[in-house]
Write a protein that binds this ligand. Structure first.
Ligand code: UTP
Length: 276
């Protein structure tokens, strides 16, 4: 079964980057010369998820404009050496379809995903949080997870080991290890106190979700920070059926934080940037 849709919750305020994000979406901040959200879209398209469904909010129009042609600019630089700089975004626009819905109130990631239901319908889908930038040789993280979905046919979360004192920044899982890096989830907690955390296996911003998650989110009460937490809904899904966790291959940068953003910038500049 091919998963063809990926949801991008991009409605958050990005307060850790204020004042830069006062009028500019966090997802449009560039890592070197490409906005964060474009890295995410490229990863989704590579995984075969060519319908990119964006949950946006007020002040996020730049994202919709990025995934469209910019007629005047393109006409102006047509035929010049500068045109090559549009190559990556043109390739994304050729392969992808972009749909948008607005989240009117920022009530948390779970709520953002429920807002995206009208764009997804009743089928399994990917979720990509573009402030987690993942870089690796070989297939991207979503492609790795899509392959795993065909084995297990249930929701999958990407996980990574983090230092135990940092678990309070993440959703954390506990579960039975089935084979290298694959766990059947028993327990999930959002932002646990390090003393109470069930493990140091932290959920990062890549998911494959089965569509029953929408009804579960609808029943989920606000949790940590007063927000409707996807982790709480996934805990219910794990209890009722099955959720897998997958220690992905690759490197992840937390670009939602200033130190992670700077680290990613240096890494991409060093390893991928080519001056033209
Ligand atoms: P974060 O909490 O990391 O993003 O949410 P934020 O709120 O924008 O960042 P800070 O903490 O204020 O700096 C994780 C992801 O979920 C989206 C965000 O856009 C981000 O991609 N999100 C979060 C929504 O789309 N809607 C929400 O109500 C909350």
């Amino acid at each position: 079964m091919t998963i063809t849709k990926c949801l991008f919750p991009v409605a958050g305020y990005g307060t850790r980057f204020l004042p830069a994000t006062k009028s500019m979406p966090k997802e449009m901040l560039p890592i070197v010369n490409k906005p964060l959200v474009q890295y995410g879209v490229e990863e989704a398209i590579e995984a075969g998820m060519t319908t990119c469904a964006m949950v946006t909010g007020r002040g996020k129009r730049a994202i919709a404009d990025h995934f469209d042609i910019s007629y005047e600019l393109e006409h102006q630089i047509s035929g010049s050496g500068k045109e090559a700089r549009l190559e990556s975004i043109r390739s994304v626009l050729d392969k992808g379809v972009f749909t948008m819905v607005r989240q009117r109130e920022m009530k948390g990631l779970g709520h953002a995903i429920l807002t995206g239901q009208s764009l997804i319908g009743n089928e399994p889908f990917g979720v990509l949080l573009s402030d987690d930038l993942c870089i690796n040789d070989g297939p991207g993280v979503l492609a790795q997870m899509a392959e795993l979905f065909n084995q297990f046919r249930c929701s999958i979360v990407a996980i990574q080991e983090v230092p135990p004192e940092e678990v309070n920044k993440y959703g954390v899982i506990a579960g039975e290890s089935l084979k290298d890096g694959i766990y059947r989830v028993d327990e999930m907690v959002e932002k646990p106190d390090p003393a109470d955390a069930p493990s140091n296996l932290a959920i990062i911003g890549r998911y494959i979700l089965t569509p029953d998650i929408f009804d579960i989110i609808r029943e989920t009460r606000p949790g940590a920070n007063g927000e409707i937490q996807l982790t709480d809904a996934l805990q219910t899904q794990a209890r009722r059926g099955c959720v897998m966790a997958y220690k992905f291959k690759g490197r992840r940068f937390d670009c939602g934080s200033v130190p992670g953003f700077v680290e990613a910038t240096n890494y991409v500049y060093e390893h991928f940037y080519e001056e033209d």
